[in-house]
Design a protein around this ligand. Structure first.
Ligand code: MN
Length: 435
């Protein structure tokens, strides 16, 4: 899994990529769909390097990289689906070609320099045409915290440690970072009331999640075993699963979330490949006293390195903070390594019944709350159901979101002896309810 593209000593001729704080080191090389800001250009594939985007939609760039016709055609598309469908050998070869071309001393520097655009001057589209979106529930801490609020006497349901819980979400309302949306209306049932009312949600929340993009799919009727599961995963991005808790509380039984979550979901534009994350593999969290996974969800490789140590944070910038020129304030810091179910287990479980995944399908990890309440990935948990407001440095407080609030998710991997791998930002803004 570790190869020459991961060497921490690699440096790029794009100087900003060598900044130790850059999200987009030469060891990262994530992909996005972009065009020049405000232009009518076609969206196409780009790769991040430092504060630049290398335009892979130009056939001359692909020719210089030595890419074949099918990869060149996929990189000119306005979505990553074509590249995703080609599989891990192609993704890996592309990564190697990009790594070599962007290194200090590469003979391609002069050719490629003209195909760089500053990230500050581009706009993004969704990374893929997302056919289907499934949201999981992989943090046992989130499941327990939320369970306590919704069902105090029965917080963690008995199936949790046996089956990766998920629901089928909605892809039409998924947007890319920068998304702004109106506070949703829905049926709200006040405590003690005898009938619900239709009104704007008063308990607007966020969910700190990772998005997992499926690469190659599987044929209907054929399962993906654990040993092959990660070959079907293209990469990861940040995902904010905006949630209306009051709508959710009234509607969620018996079939799960519906209108509480399908009005907006925001993704970061850059997809970090699983290969880039190889130095950050770790042992999955599962206490010895817990039931071990059923054999179809268990392999030695998964036990050894099925999890990923990705540092995650949530920041808020209220309308008042924006007016006063104050920087976003960090609410939470946690890590993906606390997840109970691994990506391979999600892929295998999703297909165990023969369900077919397709290139560009998206999984949400579920809210990635850590072991303590200050590592929780949702306001519902951080404020214990809205009972304990959070104080912000400018004197404002929050239980749930107010109109004009912007929420930012960030993620990165770093450790001694490996290059920093960052995810960029996933930003979204809550607008007032429509009249
Ligand atoms: Mn969610």
């Amino acid at each position: 899994m570790i190869n020459e593209t991961h060497k921490p000593a690699l440096r790029s001729w794009v100087a900003t990529a060598n900044d130790p704080d850059s999200d987009f080191s030469i060891q990262n090389l994530p992909f996005a769909i972009f065009r020049r800001q405000g232009s009518q250009e076609a969206f196409r594939v780009g790769v991040a390097i430092g504060d630049q985007v290398l335009d892979l939609g130009q056939p001359a760039v692909c020719a210089a990289l030595g890419l074949d016709a099918s990869v060149t055609a996929a990189l000119a598309q306005p979505a990553l689906n074509g590249l995703m469908a080609q599989g891990p050998a192609v993704w890996s070869a592309l990564r190697l070609a990009l790594s070599r071309a962007l290194r200090e001393g590469s003979p391609l520097q002069t050719t490629l320099q003209g195909a760089l655009l500053p990230q500050a001057q581009v706009e993004y589209a969704l990374p893929a045409r997302i056919g289907d979106y499934t949201d999981f529930y992989t943090s046992v801490y989130h499941a327990t915290n939320v369970g306590k609020l919704f069902r105090p006497d029965n917080p963690l349901l008995p199936n949790y440690k046996w089956v990766p819980i998920g629901y089928h979400g909605r892809s039409s309302s998924i947007g890319v970072s920068g998304q702004a949306f109106h506070r949703p209306k829905g049926q709200l049932m006040a405590p003690g009331a005898t009938a619900p009312v239709l009104a704007p949600s008063q308990r607007m929340d966020i969910e700190l999640e990772l998005g997992i993009f499926i690469g190659q799919g599987n044929a209907l009727g054929q399962s993906i075993p654990m040993t092959e599961a990660e070959d079907h995963v293209f990469g990861l991005c940040l995902l904010n699963d905006w949630s209306a808790r009051d709508i959710q509380a009234w509607e969620y039984q018996p079939l799960g979330p519906f209108l509480a979550k399908n009005f907006a979901t925001t993704l970061s534009p850059w997809v970090v490949t699983l290969e880039a994350l190889a130095p950050y593999r770790t042992v999955p969290f599962r206490p010895a006293e817990d039931p071990q996974p059923l054999p179809y969800l268990d392999t030695p490789a998964n036990r050894r390195r099925g999890a990923l140590d990705i540092q995650l944070e949530v920041l808020i910038q209220t309308a008042k903070m924006k007016q006063a020129g104050l920087a976003p304030h960090r609410l939470v810091q946690t890590s993906y390594r606390h997840a109970y179910w691994t990506i391979a287990q999600l892929v295998t479980h999703h297909t165990v019944n023969g369900c077919n995944l397709q290139p560009g399908d998206l999984f949400g990890s579920g809210t990635l709350s850590g072991p303590t309440l200050d590592q929780a990935g949702a306001l519902l948990e951080l404020t214990t159901g809205g009972k304990h407001p959070i104080s912000l440095p400018n004197g404002e407080t929050r239980t749930f979101l107010q109109d004009g609030d912007t929420v930012l998710l960030r993620g990165h991997c770093s450790q001694a002896g490996a290059a920093r791998i960052g995810f960029g930002v996933c930003e979204g803004t809550l607008l007032p309810a429509r009249g």
